[in-house]
Design a protein around this ligand. Structure first.
Ligand code: PLP
Length: 376
């Protein structure tokens, strides 16, 4: 049996995902963590760390930076230096720090992961939205819209790469368009690449934005973490890579007094995830590809639903607007399926389905999806 298909009961645990519907027969396929056990090598590393009973403030051991550096070179052909790494307790923290560190209005392409919309507001920055185009099968970024959204005040572009929720793995040509836009308008780019280890299309690969050219690297803050790929977001260990010293100093200054240390178990997990989990990762991608095919087939069998193929992430972004529901998320919940509400992403009439779960859970979820559509 595929080890990713072993059911693990998370009800009654400390899980946000499962706690939301505690005591109700609603399958939670919303927030972005997977119902899979962490890799055995990660559990072993945490257990080994706990053999030392003192859990004081941590500092990143050199070996964790080495694991990051080696991982980025092996997977993305990206050579970075240890001093470019700024450790963070999470990427949302990084998005908010970037908005504080860089002056001016903040641009982002929508629909998008909600903190991209709230971080500018929290920092008193204007938000300049660029609507992505959808032609029923494909999401794309229109360069004319980039130009139209830009003002003299534009200062920062928040790039979601791969893009949550639309599942795009942006191509080199598309990234070049954003890079030209950033250079022409002198923008800093904060590239959230948290899903970069989850490219499902075998003919695509993740290209870190900062690798486009040395000039682009100088205006880029890259945010990454092992949290999505290795399913350890509860351990709160992430990092920024900022090669340009002055930009790095600005980022560090904006963190002052509000960003806590990364916890010591997070460092242990991060190192093991990047160093020792290639086989686990290959098994995960195979499982997610199978699940993606099941979701694709189920959605395409419903006349009133639409979705683009998911190139990356374990998130399917569903257009349910043709069902004509006033509150789609509530309707699906009433049929036993808890999905993320598109309104939070700037897209009413859409729902996001997390397919990072064992086959039996997904099969039941897709049966409920069908029943909910039939009842609409
Ligand atoms: C694009 C993106 N960025 C950031 C996060 C969350 O990052 P963190 O938990 O490290 O704050 C998510 C979680 O789903 C995400 O999809």
């Amino acid at each position: 049996m595929n080890p990713f298909d072993s059911p693990i009961d998370r009800s009654g645990s400390d899980s946000i995902k499962w706690g939301k519907y505690a005591g109700r027969d609603i399958l939670p396929l919303w927030v972005a963590d997977m119902d899979f056990a962490a890799p055995p090598a990660v559990i072993a590393a945490i257990t080994q760390r706990l053999a030392h009973p003192v859990l004081g403030y941590g500092q990143p051991p050199a070996s964790v930076a080495d694991a990051v550096i080696d991982h980025l070179e092996r997977h993305y052909d990206w050579r970075i230096e240890a001093e470019w790494i700024v450790w963070l307790p999470g990427l949302v923290t990084g998005l908010n720090v970037a908005c504080r560190a860089v002056d001016g209005a903040v641009q982002t392409a929508t629909p998008v992961y909600p903190p991209f919309l709230s971080a500018p507001r929290f920092s008193g920055r204007e938000l300049q939205r660029i609507e992505l185009d959808f032609d029923d099968r494909h999401w794309s970024l229109d360069p004319a819209r980039l130009a139209a959204a830009t003002t003299r005040d534009s200062g920062l572009y928040l790039l979601c790469h791969p893009h949550n929720p639309v599942g795009r793995c942006w191509s080199r040509r598309e990234l070049d368009t954003i890079a030209e836009h950033a250079e022409k308008n002198d923008l800093i780019v904060c590239a959230d690449e948290i899903h970069c280890g989850l490219i499902l299309d075998e003919d695509k690969r993740h290209i870190p934005f900062a690798t486009l050219s040395p000039a682009i690297a100088r205006r880029t803050i890259t945010l990454m973490a092992p949290s999505k790929t290795f399913n350890i977001p509860g351990l709160g260990c992430a990092f920024a890579v900022i090669s340009e010293p002055a930009l790095r100093r600005r980022f560090l200054r904006a963190m002052d007094g509000i960003v806590p240390h990364v916890n010591v178990l997070g460092f242990a997990a991060c190192e093991a995830a990047y160093r020792d989990c290639d086989d686990w990762h290959a098994g995960l991608l195979g499982t997610l590809r199978r699940n993606r095919a099941a979701v694709d087939a189920a959605v395409n069998a419903e006349k009133c639903l639409k979705m683009a193929p998911v190139e990356a992430t374990y998130l399917a972004w569903l257009d349910v607007s043709e069902l004509g529901l006033a509150d789609p998320a509530a309707h699906f919940e009433s049929h036993g399926l808890g999905l993320s509400d598109g309104r939070d992403f700037g897209a009413p009439g859409w729902l996001r389905l997390n397919f990072g779960c064992p086959q039996a859970t997904l099969d039941e979820a897709l049966r409920r999806l069908h029943r909910a559509c039939a009842a609409a």
